[in-house]
Design a protein around this ligand. Sequence first.
Ligand SMILES: O=C(O)CCC(=O)C(=O)O
Length: 139
Amino acid sequence: MYDRDVDVPRLVAGYRLDEETPPEALTETARRVASAIGTRFNSVGLNYYRDGRDSVAPHNDHLYEIVEGHPIALISLGATRLMTIRSKTRPRRILDLDVEGGSLLLMSYETQLHYDHGIPKSRVPVGPRISIALRVRPR
Ligand SMILES: O=C(O)CCC(=O)C(=O)O
């Protein structure tokens, strides 16, 4: 994953919106977010964190898999999880963010150049969470 070996204990799925027909709820979610922020997504990824043992290690999105200038939208459903956002270079900056169910996090293209993001495991019991990742991918 992401040209590196990273820990990905979570369930994932994805659709190309321009080539496949995902469930209507996903198409509608992509349409609404795109219209609110003025872009047009062509990819939807789904990440299912069953409990606190599921996680994703810090990473940035592959730059060749996203189109420059377009943001990545992350919609959270279900349990609140911690997301860590860390700068890649000094001065080191770490932002710990609670991504709550019903929230929308927008990451700019530039964020992927300078920051890694991840969902660490949780020692405290936590319920399931799904994140919907909307992206503009090259054809
Ligand atoms: O679950 C999240 O909010 C993060 C998802 C993520 O980092 C990814 O799909 O690359």
